[in-house]
Design a binder for this molecule. Structure first.
Ligand code: AKB
Length: 316
């Protein structure tokens, strides 16, 4: 077996995926690709490389020089930033994905993990318990790029024989990296502000219901899918994975249980609200459960307690 390349290793998920993969496969077997954001020290202590996924030749060189046989392609411009910077999002999310798949194909790579998102659905998709195979009509730049990723991933898999797999991740909550420009990042920001100021002004309305997942479950879903037997898979780049659903009001109740001084106010941002309103509130994920044994472990209460405890230590 050769080595694993993780693109977007400085990002929210990449920065936790790299250490998890290094624990499993060894420090030298996982190459952390990063672009503008510097890597956390823990990751830069191991093999790492500057990598712009919009540069096909650079990807090819890295794949050859580091003897790469698997890629976790985590680089992505998230929903709110993609609306503001359409061209960059197109370049990174669409051209970057094609570059990764084409380089993987040309270099005979064994496996590509290409995460999708709940953003791949749209307003015509059934909103609750969204089926795995259903209408997908996203009206956001990010969502369109994610549907493209699913379709092109399945194309490389079925037409060209490259093993490409992906989960549709919900909002992922974690304490290790700062909240960025996702629509679901309010949930991360709420914990930071509750600890720093006992107050959070939320950009989504109190009853906006979205699927969410704690980071350890998200990492587990990516690794479980990576390790699944190809013969067991009927789907490939487009698995629903569900853990929990909550609204800002419900999350605030959990945070107040831990920090009784916490208060929340709402000042709706129309761009992010309309993105959230076009996404499902929960996903039906029996395909992932049946084909590769997916099962989440964290409940909302466990997530809130673990987040709060770890962030208090981190911010002190
Ligand atoms: C975002 O909010 O943009 C992401 C996602 C749900 O894909 N967290």
């Amino acid at each position: 077996m050769g080595n694993i390349l993780v693109t977007g290793s400085a990002g929210q998920i990449g920065s936790e995926l790299v250490p998890a993969l290094r624990d499993l496969y060894g420090d030298n077997a996982v190459v952390a690709g990063w672009n503008r954001t510097p890597l956390p020290d823990e990751i830069s202590a191991g093999p790492n490389v500057a990598l712009d996924v919009t540069d096909f030749d650079a990807i090819n060189k890295i794949v050859k020089n580091f003897d790469i046989t698997s890629i976790f392609h985590m680089s992505s411009i998230l929903s709110a930033t993609a609306e503001a910077y359409r061209n960059t999002a197109h370049d990174v999310n669409i051209n970057g994905t094609v570059n990764i798949l084409e380089s993987a194909y040309q270099n005979g790579i064994d496996k590509v993990i290409l995460p999708s998102s709940i953003a791949a659905f749209g307003t015509k998709t059934p909103n609750a318990m969204t089926p795995n195979d259903t209408i997908q009509n996203p009206d956001t730049v990010y969502g369109i790029s994610k549907v493209f990723g699913e379709l092109i991933g399945n194309y490389y898999d079925s037409k060209l024989g490259l093993d490409v797999r992906g989960v549709r991740l919900p909002g992922v909550i974690s304490w290790k990296t700062e909240p960025t420009a996702g629509t679901t990042d309010y949930a991360v920001a709420m914990f930071y502000e509750a600890i720093k100021k006992d107050f959070y002004e939320c950009y989504l309305s109190p009853d906006t219901s979205l699927p969410m997942m704690y980071m350890p479950d998200a990492i587990n879903s990516l690794i479980m899918l990576y390790q699944a037997d190809y013969e067991d898979l009927i789907h490939h780049s487009d698995f629903n994975v569900h853990a929990m659903t909550f609204t800002p009001r419900e999350l605030a109740t959990e945070v107040t249980r831990i920090n009784p001084k916490f208060e929340i106010d709402y000042k709706v941002d129309s761009v992010r609200q309309s993105i959230a309103d076009s996404w499902p509130s929960s996903l039906e994920d029996s395909a992932a459960r049946e084909e590769w044994g997916w099962k989440p472990h964290y409940s909302l209460r466990e997530l809130a307690e673990d987040m709060y405890k770890n962030l208090v230590v981190k911010l002190s």
